[in-house]
Design a binder for this molecule. Sequence first.
Ligand SMILES: *Cc1c(COP(=O)(O)O)cnc(C)c1O
Length: 380
Amino acid sequence: MDYISHFQIQFAKVFDLPFAFSFWKARVALYAILKAMGIGGGDEVILPGYTCVMDVNPIKYLGAKPVYVDIEPQTYNIDPSLIEEKITTKTRLIIAQHTYGYPCDLDRIFEIAARHNVPVIEDCCLSLGSRYKGRMVGTFGKAAYFSFQWNKPFTTGLGGMAVTGDGQLAERLEQLCRQLVQPSVKDKLMLTAQLAVYRAFIYPRTTALAQSLFRFLTKKGVVVGSSSTAEYVPTMAKDFFKAMSGVQARSGLRQLKKLSAGIEHRKTMAKLYDTLLSEIGYKPVRLDEQIYDPVLVRYPIRVRDKEKALHDAAAAGVELGSWFECPLHPIETPLEKYDYTLGQCPQAEKASREVVNLPLHPRAGENTVRRTVKFIQNYL
Ligand SMILES: *Cc1c(COP(=O)(O)O)cnc(C)c1O
């Protein structure tokens, strides 16, 4: 069997779901799901106003309208108490994004969705392995999608997957997948180069450097970074609907073998952050353990002067993440073109100004965590 089919089968198994479809990136997976659900012109899609603009693009590509809901300040997830007022006769979908790996308040979201007969899908780009009431996130919605881009919980350089337990939706996804364009030789070469850079540079002390290098080169059109300049406009590029390549699938299969170890590592390091931060008087996020069992992608934390913290961290070789930098990350986004008006989601905007995130990836061990806390304590 080829790597792609094999990876899809193995990935679906992680969730005990029957169907998984792989793509070049998560945004392509989302586009496929939306299209398979028949979402199009005039339809409204509800999502948190604290997301990645690449999540909004597919909605716009299909002529639908993104409707933003503000977030809960603690988990950075969509605030269920604000969803209902945004539902109209045109609402066709709610996207439950598990931000940073914190599961959404799924019971309340599904209760509202059921009352209005609106389906829910899950954005699991930042959550792989998180559980809600003992069950993996990604198995609650009509479908879910995952990103394997390099700073996500699980990485193949670039990559995305859609999963579903719905046979009818799977059939439509399968049909759509026949129209995928194959990655070009250039795409594959650039991807390989990117994986090499990732392996060489993404260590806690050098990440800031690699990050700016990726962004710079990508803007110059050199490296296949996560987003090219052409993707900051709500119009679909000709070769957007792209398949996953064998290189990615092969890497994914290797990563899957390390999945449980990766999850354990993230949980252990997050606990260590909790402990060390408590010791210096910072109150870590506390969620009801009977319900929420998060696997965080990065450890979010609010700081006093975000810009200074990021600047100083880069100089000190401490790996601080800046996302989300604005309600529709990254900062380059022309918000008005995405139907977002400043002031619309005050909690999301406040979080964008205050939150940085600390490393939890496999290369960030106990020493990195201690060093990071030591650095960040001056900014809390
Ligand atoms: C990264 C991310 C995406 C997009 O993933 P790609 O694989 O880069 O397309 C979408 N949503 C969220 C919440 C993300 O963090």
